[in-house]
Write a new protein. Structure first.
Length: 258
C-alpha cells in the first residue's frame, strides 16, 4: 500500500540566519514520502544561495516578490500534492521523527482535521526558553482563549481533504492567520494531539510576533469575534482597554494589553 504523501512548505524572506537549519531539519526526516516546497519572497540576504545548495532535494522553489507570508503560503499550497500539509517557517525546526509520527496517526484514523504534537520554544541561538508544550484541546477553548500553550503552529499537520480548495490561509491577516486557519478547521472537525516531539518554535527580536505585538493582538481579537460571538462583550472590553492604553501612551509594544 502506498504511503501517504506529506507536503511541507517553508515561506521565507531574508531569514538566511536560520533558513539552512530549518531546511536541514526537513530533509533529515525519517519518513521518506515527503515533498518540500520553499517560497522565498525575493530575499537579498543570501537566502537564494542557501536554497540553491539543496534545490535537487526540493519539489519546488522560487524566489520572487509576493504579498507577504500568507500569500507565500497560499502559493506553496497551490503547488502541494500531499495528503497532509504542514508549513515550517524559516526560523523554526522539526524533530527528525516528526513526520513519521504524524503519518502513523493519520494512517490509523484519517477523520481528524489537524494532527499536532509537542513543541519546544527556543531563542535566536537555539537555546531552550520553554520545554515541550502541547495538549489536547477543542474548538470552544481555542476560540475563547487562543492557541498557546495547547497548540503551536509549527507542530501542526493539516489534513488536505478538510482544507479549502483555493487558499490555505486568509490573506486578510498578516500576523494571526495561523490562528484563523486552525479555528476554521477545528470548528467542524476534531483535531488530534500526539504526545510526542514534533517541532521547535523560535522567538527572537526580528520575528513578526515580537516586532508587531499590538497589531497581532488586534488580529487575534478580530478572529475571536469571528468565531466566538458569545463572548462579544468581553472581547469589546478588551478592545476598549487596548484603545485606552494606546491613546494614553501606557502601552509598550503591546504588553499592557496582553
Amino acid at each position: 500500500m502506498k504511503k501517504p504523501l506529506v507536503s511541507i512548505i517553508t515561506p521565507s524572506f531574508n531569514q538566511s540566519v536560520w533558513l539552512e537549519e530549518a531546511i536541514k531539519s526537513v530533509l533529515a526526516q525519517t519518513y521518506p514520502n515527503l515533498e518540500y516546497i520553499i517560497i522565498d519572497g525575493g530575499s537579498t540576504d543570501g537566502s537564494n544561495e542557501i536554497i540553491e545548495r539543496y534545490q535537487d532535494k526540493l519539489a519546488y522553489w522560487h524566489s520572487k516578490p509576493d504579498a507577504g507570508q500568507a500569500d507565500a503560503l497560499n502559493i506553496g499550497f497551490g503547488k502541494a500534492k500531499g495528503d497532509l500539509i504542514a508549513y515550517l517557517n524559516a526560523d523554526d525546526l522539526l524533530y527528525p521523527k516528526a513526520v513519521e509520527g504524524i503519518v502513523n496517526a493519520y494512517e490509523v484514523n484519517q477523520e481528524f482535521g489537524i494532527f499536532y504534537g509537542l513543541c519546544k520554544t527556543i531563542d535566536g541561538e537555539g537555546k531552550e526558553l520553554f520545554g515541550l508544550q502541547g495538549d489536547q484541546t477543542k474548538f470552544d477553548y481555542l476560540a475563547a482563549h487562543g492557541m498557546l500553550p495547547y497548540i503551536y503552529q509549527p507542530a501542526c499537520f493539516f489534513n488536505k481533504q478538510y482544507l479549502g480548495s483555493e487558499n490555505l490561509v486568509n490573506t486578510k491577516y498578516k500576523y494571526a492567520f495561523d490562528y484563523d486557519l486552525i479555528l476554521s478547521i477545528a470548528k467542524s472537525k476534531s483535531i488530534l494531539f500526539l504526545n510526542r516531539e514534533i517541532a521547535s518554535y523560535r522567538v527572537h527580536d526580528k520575528s513578526k510576533s515580537h516586532l508587531h505585538k499590538v497589531e497581532a493582538y488586534k488580529e487575534k481579537l478580530s478572529i475571536q469575534e469571528k468565531y466566538n460571538s458569545k463572548d462579544f462583550l468581553k472581547l469589546k472590553w478588551k478592545r476598549l482597554k487596548l484603545a485606552i492604553a494606546e491613546k494614553s501612551g501606557k502601552i509598550v509594544n503591546g504588553r499592557a494589553a496582553l
